[in-house]
Write a protein that binds this ligand. Structure first.
Ligand SMILES: C[S@@+](CC[C@H](N)C(=O)[O-])C[C@H]1O[C@@H](n2cnc3c(N)ncnc32)[C@H](O)[C@@H]1O
Length: 419
């Protein structure tokens, strides 16, 4: 673990100058190894040089991926765990009416800075290096943040506080997808902080909305553009009245302003939509809405039916009006789920690029792509959608008319759109 003295050096004048110089050298194409050797030759000890180089790498990434954060100080791992500024701003707006905000598991302050836009924040982090960087970032932004080195399950915010907790959802490279595995575990956080007036706990996005731990709250699934980012459990006055599940879609070019965010929710169970014959169009409901189990409601609104009782995919005869809540693709063919059949079918068609999508089917998309004859790949062509149904696997050939229907278009991808 890095020595917090090195962190204090990094955020003082000398360290910040070294950090800036490292960014310049990396920008000029020098390799991290060259930069590290130069720092060591200039007499910096191992802790300081590796922290400065790490922070320089993180700063370059932040400048590329997260507008407005280029001047903050991160380590690489704290940047990977930091909330996207737009998502943090969206979550923070629920604290607007609180007198006092506590941010537990605050990292380098992605959420604390957003919460501080609404008033004073007490930020708690157990890693001493990150507390130093967080305090620096707060000073840089003139944000009213009291950064404290403490354990999130030991502190006791006042009952009237709005408490926001973003537990670690990674342990090294391993993603922690289960509520009881997060650090600290969600059940422990609820046992300690469950009675505060307003509570928001960030959860892994794969969480089951019906998990008994999440009862008495609103589980909000958040999508940034087309990417499902996370879920948040809201309790007390942070919960929207009566909602048990909700979905939010933030535009990728927005800053989390509530006026730009599409939201919808439900206050109880939903009647499942009937399954029926495939229509001319496939309707893929946004992942956040599927996780919140809103796809049946959306399907009812647009007169669609499920293509199978086990899947959240819908179909309809006429294309529904455009909406952020779903993507619509015309269905060109329905084939048996065998690579040989698909290969023969492709031979009879024009040479459009293809993409492979998996819906509940566990095949290696690369191997399957080779088996269907290794056709050219890319957006604005055909999608070969392998769908697990109660009657076995089928392949829906759809047309990707919008192009780049997903940010990773062009590479085989999977969808977890189960029920
Ligand atoms: C997902 S990150 C938080 C990121 C932060 N919200 C941001 O946007 O920058 C989780 C943080 O929780 C911290 N953490 C884990 N267990 C903790 C505990 N028991 N008490 C306080 N902090 C803890 C980790 O050190 C890590 O910095």
């Amino acid at each position: 673990m890095t020595d917090p003295h090195a962190a204090r050096w990094l955020v003082a004048d000398e360290g910040l100058a070294v950090l800036g110089a490292c960014v310049d050298m990396l920008d000029q194409g020098r390799s991290p190894l060259e930069v590290a050797s130069k720092l060591r030759r200039e007499g910096l000890d191992a802790d300081r040089s590796s922290l400065a180089l790490d922070a320089a790498t993180a700063r370059r990434r932040a400048a590329r991926d997260r507008l407005g954060t280029h001047d903050l100080v991160f380590t690489r791992s704290s940047l990977e765990q930091a909330s996207h500024p737009a998502v943090a701003a969206w979550r923070a707006h629920r604290s607007a009416s609180a007198a006092r905000r506590w941010d537990l598991c605050a990292g380098v302050g992605g959420d604390a800075l957003a919460l501080a836009c609404h008033g004073p924040v007490v930020a708690v982090e157990r890693d001493p290096v990150l507390v130093v960087l967080l305090a620096h970032n707060a000073r840089l932004r003139d944000a009213d943040i009291d950064a404290r080195l403490a354990d999130a399950v030991e502190v006791r915010p006042p009952a009237s506080a709005h408490v926001h907790v973003d537990p670690a959802r990674r342990d090294g490279q391993r993603r922690l997808r289960i509520l009881r595995e997060t650090i600290p575990p969600v059940d422990r956080l609820l046992a300690v902080h469950g009675a505060v007036g307003a509570l928001g706990i960030v959860l892994p996005p794969a969480v089951d909305v019906q998990d008994p731990l999440l009862a008495d709250g609103e589980v909000e699934f958040v999508q940034h553009g087309r990417r499902l980012i996370e879920a948040t459990l809201w309790r007390g006055s942070a919960r929207r009245t009566n909602l048990v599940a909700s979905a939010a879609i933030l535009p990728t070019d927005g800053d989390g302003d509530p006026d730009e965010v599409a939201t919808r929710g439900r206050s109880g169970p939903v009647e499942p939509l009937a399954s029926g014959p495939l229509g001319a169009h496939l309707v893929e409901v946004a992942a956040a809405a599927v996780r919140a189990r809103l796809h049946d409601v959306i399907g009812q609104e647009i007169g669609a039916r499920r293509i199978d009782p086990r899947r959240a995919l819908l179909s309809c005869d006429q294309p529904p009006p455009p909406s952020v809540w779903y993507a619509v693709r015309p269905i060109e063919a329905v084939l048996a789920g065998r690579a040989k059949v698909v290969r023969s079918w492709l031979r009879t068609r024009d040479d459009l690029p293809i993409e492979i999508r998996l819906h509940g089917v566990a095949v290696d998309p690369e191997a399957w792509w080779r088996q269907v004859g290794a056709p050219a790949r890319g957006p604005r062509g055909r999608l070969l959608e392998l769908v697990r149904t109660t009657r076995g696997v089928i392949v829906l050939v759809t047309r990707d008319e919008a192009g780049s229907a997903h940010p990773d278009a062009g590479s085989p991808r999977t969808s977890g759109q189960g029920r």
